[in-house]
Design a protein around this ligand. Structure first.
Ligand SMILES: [Zn+2]
Length: 402
């Protein structure tokens, strides 16, 4: 343990610097669709992460087509991702991931960080995950100061679209994590400090129904109501919810119709599906597809299913368990109790894990009430969590050399 101490102590000296980084980053609005804000964030990340001396490249992400809330097709432009690569030929290679977008739109009034007591910073994205980015960077800076760095190479991917399901960057997670020993991502830990173990898969869909409009008085029976057809489908979808299997289909949004004297020719709904296993995920999605086709036939309407984003389940296999045990051991050395729990929430860790790479994705800061206007960060968790990752990396190098 002694050989690691100087570098862990150095992390303790970085408390102020880490907090300053988080405050600077949280002051930049970087909602997933605020391209200007994302670009300012990207420039700042490039500057700060340059301390690692890694090769950096910016990757612009393809724009995506979505069905807007009223059924029209719309193009969404996405920001650019940052990829850093260091010591590609090192004997041990890791993948590091983090996102720099947040859920707070440009017009939000939740814009300023505020220390509400000595250890609590409230602000947009302070925990999810600008705090996590500071943790990742400081842990790697500590590694780079140590002689252990020589044995460890890494790929870092910082993406701007996680909060909308990573539609433009998912492929990069698959590509860049290839052949890595493990993937470490810096989403927030739970408020009780535990990590996320298994995660459910999650996919978002829009169902669009197009019927035929007609005058409700003069010509009602020549119309085909999109609302009537969709309504029947919604009830059947809701019945697919399965408490024993823990599969859920959440009907989150519906839209349709207009003046009541016209048979409505358009209706749509948005739906989120979650399941524990990949098999169950696929079964549920294909059942949904079948039901939509049956509905179209029966009501003689056009009905289409659009997949907006899809993250496979992240199972907790043997290799993942081994990784968690190693992190737990490091926590014990640092006086940190590390536990983990399964969660229904999905993130980019799901994508990496589905490629067979053991992944821990909640190594970031500790805080709570994320995605609300009360999001807070426990400031002392910044150095605490940076030490956890730094120790894990240095130990991996040390054990390899013995
Ligand atoms: Zn997040």
């Amino acid at each position: 343990m002694d050989q690691f101490c100087p570098y862990l102590d150095w992390i303790d000296s970085q408390q102020e610097q880490m907090l300053a980084r988080v405050k600077d980053w949280a002051d930049i609005n970087s909602h997933s669709l605020n391209i200007n804000g994302l670009n300012v964030m990207l420039a700042s990340l490039k500057r700060e992460f340059s301390s690692l001396g890694a090769a950096a490249r910016t990757i612009s992400l393809d724009s995506m087509e979505i069905i807007d809330p009223k059924g029209a097709t719309k193009t969404l432009h996405l920001g650019s991702a940052l990829h850093l690569s260091k010591r590609q030929n090192a004997p041990i290679r890791f993948f590091f991931g983090g996102h720099f977008d947040t859920v707070y739109p440009v017009e939000t009034d939740f814009i300023n960080c505020m220390m509400v007591d000595q250890n609590t910073l409230v602000g947009p994205g302070v925990t999810d995950m600008k705090g996590g980015l500071a943790v990742m960077l400081t842990a790697l800076e500590a590694l780079e100061k140590s002689p252990f760095a020589e044995s460890i190479g890494y790929e870092i991917l910082l993406n701007p679209d996680e909060e909308i399901g990573s539609p433009g960057s998912s492929y990069l997670f698959k590509e860049l994590s290839k052949n890595c020993r493990a993937a470490l991502l810096f989403e927030p830990a739970f408020p009780d400090e535990s990590l996320a173990g298994a995660r459910k898969g999650s996919s978002n869909h829009t169902i669009l129904v197009k019927g035929t409009s007609a005058h409700a008085g003069r010509d009602f029976f020549s119309g085909k109501s999109a609302i009537a057809a969709l309504s029947e489908l919604l009830i059947r979808i809701h019945e697919l919810n399965h408490p024993e299997k823990d599969t859920t289909l959440n009907l989150g949004y519906i839209y349709g119709g207009g003046p009541v004297n016209i048979v409505p020719d358009l209706a749509l709904c948005r739906i989120n599906i979650r399941a524990i296993s990949d098999e169950e995920m696929r079964l549920t999605e294909s059942r949904l597809d079948e039901m939509i086709q049956e509905l179209a036939k029966k009501h003689r309407v056009e009905a289409r299913l659009f997949v907006e984003s899809r993250r496979p389940p992240k199972p907790f296999d043997k290799a993942t368990e081994k990784l968690f045990m190693e992190i737990k051991k490091c926590g014990k050395k640092l006086g940190q109790k590390i536990e983990w729990n399964p969660t229904g929430g999905a993130c980019d860790g799901n994508t990496v894990a589905a490629e067979g790479i053991p992944a821990i994705d909640s190594l970031g800061a500790i805080g709570g009430e994320i995605h609300t206007h009360n999001e807070f960060l426990l400031v002392d968790s910044l150095t605490k969590r940076a030490k956890l990752t730094a120790l894990y990396l240095m130990k991996a190098a040390y054990e390899k050399s013995r």
